[in-house]
Design a protein around this ligand. Sequence first.
Ligand SMILES: O=C(O)CCC(=O)C(=O)O
Ligand SMILES: [Fe+2]
Length: 343
Amino acid sequence: MFSLKRFVESNSLRSIPSNYICQKNEDDDSMLYLYDAQNIPIIDLSNLISSHLDDRFNEIQKLGDACRDWGFFMLINHGVSEKLREEVLRASQCFFDLRGEEKKDYVGENVFDPIRCGTSFNVKVDKTLYWRDCLKCYVHPHFHAPSKPLGFSETLEEYVTKINEVIGELLKGISLSLGLEENYIHKSMNIESGSQLLVINYYPPCPKPELVMGLPAHTDHGLLTILIQNEFGGLQIEHDGKWIPVNPLPNSFLINTGDHLEILTNGKYKSVVHRAVVMNKKAARISVATAYGPTLDTIVRPAPELLTKDNPITYRGIKYREYIQLQQSQQLDRKSCLDRIRI
Ligand SMILES: O=C(O)CCC(=O)C(=O)O
Ligand SMILES: [Fe+2]
């Protein structure tokens, strides 16, 4: 199994292989960089679940605004310990440090394989290769994770159990922010048995980081993605036509809206376009993203309660499973997958 990490380490690379060199388009350069990252919304989970109704109401309002105006926010006071988050990142490093043969069982071909290890995005369709290795595990409704290194699976299981509670509260808040009943998204999207995909991204150090891309501009499938990273930055979100580098607040989660929240809300809450650039010549960046979706057989369509004469239906319904297949079978390209189901 090819691993970019191993390739970089074994070659003490000085130049970048040409198939990794990313053609930056002019658009991109004119969008770089607006450093107003301090405006990124911050949501306080302790307010969202507060018994003080005023605090709760205000935070729900802020959450709705963040989803509508940014599709992205940092979550603080979420109750998940820093120790556990650090342990997830440390164990992830140990997984990528395993020898190739210890990972060979996870060379998945199929997008629905419970555990898959790979490189770039989809080497069958990528025109340029991306500067990352990754591990993808479906962790819900059934939990899957590699059995090595020792303790890795247990750490991931503890982590996903904890963030499940966090996402549950966020989805309730989002339902309320839309004027819907608190459990609307839970019920209509079958969240209790919904699909959760954990993706660990490993971006090795690169001698010429400006020439490569970790992950190109894309949106995530699912309703919400929750992300943590090690100490190195690289995530950028598109906002008002500019790329905004994200520097997370200490101990915060980075949350972004996904395509299925855009579909469900008939475009009110847009899924945010984002990318991961590579910035580090000496050290690897690790990020752990967990995408929350409905069950694979749920047909996601705009909520009828949100449609009016002035807000007619904009997306056709599509099974979550088919949408994932569609997204994984083509190049990652901004919102191209969502565009295919726009009416
Ligand atoms: O590494 C990051 O910060 C972003 C990862 C990402 O966008 C993804 O896994 O979908
Ligand atoms: Fe993403």
